[in-house]
Ligand binder design. Sequence first.
Ligand code: PMP
Ligand code: GLN
Length: 392
Amino acid sequence: LNRRLAEFGTTIFAEMSALAVRTGSINLGQGFPDTDGPEEIREAAVRALRDGRGNQYPPGPGVPELRTAIAAHQERRYGLTYDPDTEVLVTAGATEAIAAALLALLEPGDEVIALEPYYDSYAACIAMAGGTRVPVTLRPYEGARDGVAYRHFRLDLDELRDAVTDRTRLLLINTPHNPTGTVLTREELTAIAELAVERDLLVVTDEVYEHLVFDDAGHLPLATFPGMRERTVTIGSAGKTFSFTGWKVGWVTAPRELVSAVRSAKQFLTYVASGPFQYAVAEALHLPDSYFADFRADMLAKRDLLASGLERAGFKVFRPAGTYFITTDIRPLGESDGFAFCRSLPERCGVVAIPNAVFYDHREQGAPFVRFAFCKRTGVLEEAASRLKTLA
Ligand code: PMP
Ligand code: GLN
């Protein structure tokens, strides 16, 4: 293994999912739903397979039906217009979109600012592209809102501004944010946009959890802010929005030159992927608003179920405004090392979780935090909560 990749080892998701299987534990580690997406969309995939649509190499940018549906979704939801022929690119999941964007846009030595903790592929892809990552740490914050205790991880805008140097090429943003569940606010996004414009930076924004925002949080795409559309590569994924993580259908929307650059890299990564599934996802993107509302309501109920269970078990809970992850602090349980905690948890109570430290360069900052996924059936979450209660 070369020096660029040596530090990354095996992804924590593979390690922890294997541990779950080996120990027969409930897997609240890797983020994937235990219920597949809509029946009618599965049927659409079967129809495409049967009718011979997508069984051979689809077009490089993605099938026209899907590109049109992605553009229509961005317009209907956010008022963002993209030309389906030149400003939309279908990728093998958001994972390939991230890789292709970084490989296409970075010169060796360019600095990339990423919000820490960050999704693990960011660091590896920045390294593969020869870039240098510059983490800006989201800090735990406890306050009150409307008289109710409120905890979340917060971006320090001064730290963000101070992180920009003459070598900064790109801001890599993620909202709603994995693993903390933070949803960046209008004020934070405005400041990020102003900084990008002032310093003439590109922005790659990973918005795969765009439909998973709760309470009074709302998802605001960075590309909608002044001066941003022209410099922003936005990434989405059918895996998260429609609960088909195995289909690996993701996408990029951006101005023509940026899409063209990302496509230059993408053509040598997978060339194309997921032929028949692309047709099915095109149908999914046209589902009525009620699909998205029901999906969100269902996940909100699951969030509250698991959050309450974790609280009863003695964890300090950061109730997320978005995503399907809950970050917890394990110190009230008398623990301080999330890695050791997660490695022993299956044996202690038959549950698997992810140590947030893997998402940090400053590992010590992430040490006491542990992430649980709640995209699971109610009975599974109840069982997990009752197992975790035995820790208290
Ligand atoms: N970005 C984030 C923030 C994620 O959490 C994930 C996976 N859960 C991805 C990208 C990858 O998405 P995909 O499965 O579409 O490759
Ligand atoms: N994104 C998912 C998570 O954060 C897992 C993706 C993966 O396994 N690579 O859990």
